[in-house]
Design a protein around this ligand. Structure first.
Ligand SMILES: [Zn+2]
Length: 208
């Protein structure tokens, strides 16, 4: 004789259901999160951002920001080379939702603002050249066509020693000529940025 199949009580059936819902909810919450960092092209400050998004949307219900100074920011503040401004945050890189990689406009200028060789290079410029020369380099640091060029010059200067101001200026001229030739080979025509005196970082989008 068959025994009638025993039915599980409803509250017991609800436990795995609730657990599955909880896990799915947590997965959605963690999947719809984006993390990225941005740079301000006027003061070289950096900002880390975490945004928690409403699932399946781009609207965030919670955002966390953390702003930090770069080595360049410290120098610019010391020399009073930053005017009062509202930060112009440009997205550099990030990730999310999930493993989706993010890059933004800032990725093209970040090399000349936050690469470690840039602050020592700017210090040498400040120490051994004049405001006009500083303005020439500052205008290029925040220009998308020229930022890699500045970073390359800064990297090469960082590997050398200079006996005095004249030696630095001579070597800078040679390195800059080399790198500029490579830049023109790579890009064809380059848009020359507007320079600001007294020296200021100024973000300039090249014409399309
Ligand atoms: Zn700023």
């Amino acid at each position: 004789m068959n025994r009638p199949r025993e039915k599980l009580p409803l509250p017991l059936l609800a436990v795995p259901g609730c657990f599955a819902l909880l896990v799915a909810g947590l997965l959605l919450i963690f999947w719809y999160r984006i993390e990225y960092f941005e740079v301000c092209p006027q003061c070289a400050r950096m900002r880390d951002v975490q945004e928690w998004l409403v699932p399946f949307t781009r609207s965030s219900y919670y955002t966390h920001h953390e702003v930090g100074d770069s080595a360049l920011t410290t120098l610019l503040d010391e020399w009073r080379y930053v005017d009062e401004h509202e930060h112009q945050w440009l997205l550099v890189r990030g990730v999310g939702p999930g493993s989706h990689e993010l890059t933004g406009e800032g990725v093209r200028v970040a090399p000349a603002l936050i690469t470690p060789s840039v602050a020592p290079f700017v210090s040498l410029l400040h120490q051994h050249t004049d405001a006009e020369t500083e303005a020439y380099w500052f205008a290029r640091m925040t220009h998308p066509h020229h930022a890699d060029f500045v970073r390359n010059v800064a990297d090469r200067c960082a590997r050398e020693q200079f006996a005095d101001a004249a030696a630095f200026r001579d070597r800078l001229r040679q390195i800059a000529d080399d790198e500029r030739r490579l830049l023109i080979e790579r890009l064809g025509r380059v848009h020359e940025p507007e320079t600001r005196t007294p020296p200021r970082l100024l973000y300039q989008r090249p014409p399309r």
